[in-house]
Design a binder for this molecule. Structure first.
Ligand code: ADP
Ligand code: ZN
Ligand code: ZN
Length: 727
């Protein structure tokens, strides 16, 4: 008697056995609905067997095997198995979280039994002529079977009530019957590619395209290092076309913020919108499912999406592109803590597909892989259609700032306004001011649920926590000493917007941050206003740093860059450099020359020197030398054991215990002492961690395989973070 072994969305490592009398090996990878506890769950069959270790009378039967939906191919199941193992996460959660939400609802429409209609054996013998002359609707419907042997309920609904009545009559005659739908097995044939022509590629673009084209059909990872505006997207488009002409699919991964209607339009323009499946978080459930299905059936030749899209099963995968590969949003920070970039490289290897990692500021991990020849380095050193922006620093030490703005920046904004061009003032802090301070006693408004300071909002009338969302009105006086003169310290986007409005009363100013773009389409509308030159000055956070192309934007001013220099993380400088070069890259993207002014107290700092020279390679060299000398990634591999609980002592007890357990197993491994997380308390939960490190990736994983199953606690949530990005 066959059993199916089902991966379910529950936090245990095992799959669950169910009875399925009609199951066959062909059902591996299919979605199933199964009873679970007192409810039902959706799962995926990972194995069909004839034996189960579970007592026969305790095994329940599968409720339904969804044979009308495409099954997950073996390669996709293997990818999930790899991720579950590599990231030390339960397979069931790994698989189920990668599916569209609509497919995870056991009682949802997507998994409901679907019928379809076909002719019976008798019906096959009949023709329309056998029906009464006046039975128009029956004749029309029966006639349709001659060309479409299977009619779906959707197709019937299109015929209205008359078609429904005719169907009933044909079934009563015994000519037509209803049966449970099955998925079409044959892959549909890809449509021919008739792309609109793009611009003539530059010789550098051509060389990059040729280099990748030469490797199509087998695995090779390319690192495309192209300065901002160098035309990386153009290289992607040409390659996507080449891959589509081979009848193969491209997976294009982008950071959330880059999935702009602009990119969508550009792709649709070149490839036709019917060949695209764009997957982003703003989609309605049904829409996402429909696009996912087109991708899985091989109908969509380009599947573009954010990190989760890396798990879309693509039957004819030929090329994987990871745009802005250095971007932090590729790393998921909860559940399966995967890096979509790293999974993409694994996927390319597994499927024998070419991979392109593109960036103006590659991650040092990828840069090192290029230096040691594992990845092929392709360079686009100059802008395709404009000149590089001129970058300089503005020293703020000992200078009185007008609400955070140094005089040279104010002056430059004035000149830009006079030329009827646009300025962007970049402040990577939303809100009015990051701190409310008592000058008498040094009290700083804290969040009582987090180890964070509260941020002032709404022109300084509200206090809000950016970690847990807590919101309160500002106190009338210092809760600690009673002083009534509490001051806003530092400047966020709201305060800078206000200051600029006072300095340039005639200018049209807009603030672009998470607060001002909360409403759906708000960001889109702001972008349109920028493009229409309906705005003169933009004040924005990193939402505006990446990917955008605004032809009249010629001045970029950067405030608060020094905050990034002071961060404790060993990746702080790498991130700051990337962010600043990306922001600078927004200036002067068209015919007009661009200028970038960076306010800093440390203009001599090597990071700013490298930035002025726009010398990524030089910067990377220095950073990598430091990392090597100090034994940091990428010269070493890390994992974190994270723990979280309502009581601080519990966190450290379990971490200490885990360390004791790990000690005898740690061969070729360094196990550090438990320490508080960088943000030790968030929303009432204390967080601690333990760093595990090794020069050998294999040794690290062998240790985790051995250690992780032995540790656990009922009261403390623990997780493993492999290749952690945040501490
Ligand atoms: P990146 O993705 O590297 O920042 P884009 O692909 O967005 O750069 O290109 C920047 C600008 O240069 C765009 O406006 C694009 O249309 C233009 N561009 C790209 N390649 C060419 C080319 N070969 N000839 C003319 N213009 C180009
Ligand atoms: Zn005080
Ligand atoms: Zn808080």
């Amino acid at each position: 008697m066959p059993f199916v072994r089902v991966a379910l969305d529950v936090p245990v490592d095992e799959a669950f056995d169910y009875r399925a009398d009609d199951a066959s090996a062909d059902d591996v990878g299919r979605l199933v609905v199964v009873p679970f506890g007192r409810g039902r769950k959706v799962g995926v069959v990972v194995e069909v067997t004839t034996q189960s270790a579970i007592e026969a009378r305790r095994i329940r039967a599968v409720a339904r095997i969804a044979r009308d939906l495409p099954r997950l191919p073996e390669a996709t199941l293997d990818l999930f198995r790899f991720c579950a193992r590599y990231y030390h996460h339960p397979l069931g959660e790994t698989v189920l979280n990668a599916l569209p939400t609509a497919l995870r609802r056991p009682d949802g429409a997507a998994l409901a039994t679907r019928s379809e209609y076909v002719r019976t054996a008798e019906g096959e013998q009949r023709t329309v002529a056998d029906l009464p002359v006046r039975a128009h609707a029956q004749r029309a419907l029966f006639g349709a079977f001659a060309t479409e042997p299977v009619l779906t309920p959707t197709r019937l609904r299109a015929g209205g009530p008359a078609a429904r009545r005719a169907l009933g009559a044909l079934m009563a005659r015994g000519w037509v019957m209803e049966r449970e739908a099955v998925a079409a097995q044959a892959e549909s044939v890809p449509p021919a590619v008739t792309a609109a022509a793009g611009p003539e590629p530059t010789p550098e673009q051509r060389a990059a395209v040729d280099a990748v084209t030469a490797t199509l059909g087998s695995f090779q990872c390319h690192l495309l290092h192209g300065v901002t505006g160098s035309g990386k997207t153009e290289v992607y488009l040409r390659l996507i076309e080449a891959v589509a002409r081979r009848g193969e699919q491209t997976l294009l991964l982008v950071p959330e913020i880059n999935l702009t209607p602009q990119l969508e339009a550009r792709l649709a323009d070149r490839l036709g919108s019917e060949r695209l499946a764009i997957l982003h978080s703003g989609l309605a459930e049904g829409e996402r499912l429909e696009r996912w299905l087109r991708a899985v059936r091989g109908d969509a030749l380009v599947v573009a999406g954010t990190r989760l899209a890396v798990f879309t099963p693509l039957p004819r995968l030929g090329l994987i592109i990871v745009d802005e590969e250095h971007d932090g949003s590729y790393k998921q920070q909860e559940g399966l803590r995967y890096s979509a970039r790293d999974v993409a490289v694994f996927l390319g290897k597994q499927r024998g597909a070419a991979v392109i990692l593109g960036s103006a500021t590659p991650s040092l991990e990828s840069w090192q892989q290029a230096r040691n020849q594992r990845y092929r380095l392709l360079q686009l050193p100059s802008r395709a259609a404009s000149n590089p922006p001129a970058i300089r620093t503005v020293e703020t030490r000992g200078v009185t700032l007008a609400e955070g703005l140094a005089p040279p920046l104010v002056e430059a904004i004035g000149q830009t306004l006079a030329r009827a061009e646009q300025s962007l003032v970049f402040v990577n802090r939303r809100g009015f001011a990051p701190t409310l301070l008592c000058h008498e006693c040094g009290w700083i408004a804290p969040c009582h649920r987090c180890s964070a300071r509260l941020t002032l909002h709404s022109a300084g009338r509200r206090l809000r926590c950016h970690y847990c969302g807590h919101d309160e009105s500002i106190p009338r006086s210092c809760p600690s000493c009673g002083n009534q003169d509490l001051r806003a310290l530092g400047a966020g986007t709201q305060r800078i917007e206000q200051a600029l409005a006072a300095l340039f009363p005639k200018a049209r100013i807009a603030r672009i941050d998470r607060d001002s773009t909360r409403r759906k389409r708000a960001f889109h509308e702001l972008r349109e206003r920028i493009e229409a030159h309906d705005l003169d000055i933009l004040v924005g956070t990193q939402m505006l740093a990446k990917g955008h192309d605004f032809p009249r934007l010629t001045l970029v001013g950067v405030l608060g860059a020094d905050n990034g220099l002071l961060a404790a993380d060993f990746r702080a400088e790498e991130r700051l450099f990337a962010l600043l070069l990306q922001v600078a890259g927004r200036a002067g993207r068209a015919a007009l020359p661009g200028h970038v002014l960076i306010q800093t107290e440390f203009p001599q700092h090597p990071l700013f020197q490298a930035l002025i020279a726009q010398d990524f390679a030089g910067f990377a060299q220095v950073q990598l030398d430091q990392r090597q000398a100090g034994a940091f990634p990428p010269f070493l591999h890390q994992a974190l054991l994270r723990a979280e609980a309502t009581q601080e002592a519990q966190v450290f007890e379990v971490l200490e215990e885990a360390r004791r357990q790990g000690h005898p197993l740690a061969e070729g491994i360094t196990l550090y002492d438990p320490v508080p997380a960088l943000m030790p308390k968030v929303a009432g939960k204390w967080r601690g961690q333990l760093l595990i490190q090794s020069p050998s990736r294999n040794a690290l994983h062998a240790f985790l395989d051995n250690w992780w199953p032995r540790i656990g606690s009922k009261r403390v949530r623990m997780s493993i973070d492999v290749d952690p990005q945040d501490f």
